[in-house]
Design a protein around this ligand. Structure first.
Ligand code: TXA
Ligand code: MG
Length: 314
């Protein structure tokens, strides 16, 4: 693909591209997605190719509303209750409906399907205008940091991917993924919806999927969200030459310093995480030292992303 997109496309262009089976990145409240018509194998193949994503790693299907979601998946009673958290940063992995109108490539041959209704109004308007569910992984080359602005999408793919600009993402972390099979609920990925919010709704605790779990998310590789620089976690101080990503009270303000949230607010920190990593990674440093982040609320997802970003690369 040629570098032909130096600036974002408008809504009508995005609809035209997606309706013609092309890929187009679009905003959601979590991160930007690399969208394609989920009913078209040609479009879904283009998503895998553009991202350099292994084909065994299934895609999340984005719906405009519950009626559309019901054509794709079987909702148990528990799943029905969880739909009260939609639209929002929650993906449900459910048994795929027998006659679901989607390309087999979307689910990578699994009997389940990941579905979500995004909260960003532009995302839902886009899906409605195309009239088809949109398959969309995060709009980053496989293994890189997810984008939370249209500009980051243009940079990550060096202008080879069209993007609809919906402003910076309000949540800033990918959706929380829950597998809901019958009455059983397991969290496959921590994300923009805190596990506690799900537990409060269901009135019971939600366990984490174990490694080797039959419905574990195939995409949860240990080394992921990788910046170019190495990450040093739980850093209470900054060594010479390191960039520093703080949380709460900042120790010093010299050199390449950013703070996820001076107020120590985890929502704000989640919103700033990927943008800060993108920004510090552009500074010419070998190491980004990162302050300790509490493991409560959205801290679970923030620490998950940081651990993966710090993991040794293959
Ligand atoms: O917030 C988000 O979820 C963003 C926006 C664009 O919606 N999307 C996103 O997609 O993060 P992606 O492809 O980067 O991550 C999707 C994860 C992968 O780890 C994949 O393995 C898992 O969801 N997944 C998708 N379908 C699944 C299924 N049927 N069973 C288990 N895991 C599934
Ligand atoms: Mg991703």
């Amino acid at each position: 693909m040629q570098a032909e997109f130096s600036s974002p496309v408008d809504f009508d262009q995005a609809v035209t591209l997606l309706s013609a089976g092309e890929v187009c990145a679009f905003p959601t409240e979590t991160v930007y997605g690399l969208g394609g018509d989920a009913t078209s194998s040609g479009a879904v193949l283009k998503i895998y190719e553009t991202k350099g994503r292994p084909r065994f790693n299934p895609l999340i299907v984005h719906c405009a509303d519950l009626d559309m979601a019901r054509t794709l998946a079987e909702f148990s009673e528990t799943a029905e209750r969880l739909t009260s958290l939609w639209p929002g940063p929650l993906t449900l992995v459910l048994p795929c409906a027998a006659a679901a109108p989607i390309s087999d490539l979307v689910t990578a041959g699994l009997p389940t399907i990941g579905v979500r209704i995004p909260a960003h109004p532009l995302a839902r308007d886009l899906i409605k205008a195309v009239g088809k569910p949109l398959a969309a992984p995060s709009a980053n080359p496989s293994g890189r940091i997810s984008p939370t602005t249209a500009e980051q999408v243009l940079n990550l793919f060096q202008g080879r991917v069209p993007v609809l600009d919906g402003g910076p993402c309000a949540t800033g972390l990918e959706s929380t993924i829950l597998a809901v099979i019958g009455d059983g609920v397991r969290q496959l990925r921590a994300g923009g919806l805190a596990r506690k919010d799900v537990e409060d709704l269901l009135g019971r605790s939600v366990s984490l999927a174990e490694t080797g779990d039959p419905v574990a998310a195939p995409g949860m590789m240990m080394s992921h969200y990788a910046p170019r620089a190495r990450l040093r976690l739980l850093a209470t101080g900054r060594n010479t030459g390191e960039a520093y990503l703080g949380f709460g009270q900042m120790m010093d303000s010299t050199g390449h310093n950013l703070n996820l949230s001076t107020a120590g607010d985890l929502r704000e920190a989640a919103r700033n995480l990927f943008s800060s990593l993108h920004q510090l990674d552009r500074a010419d440093v070998d190491v980004i030292a990162v302050a300790p982040i509490p493991e409560t609320g959205l801290g679970e997802a923030i620490n998950d992303r940081l651990r993966r970003a710090a993991a040794p690369r293959e």
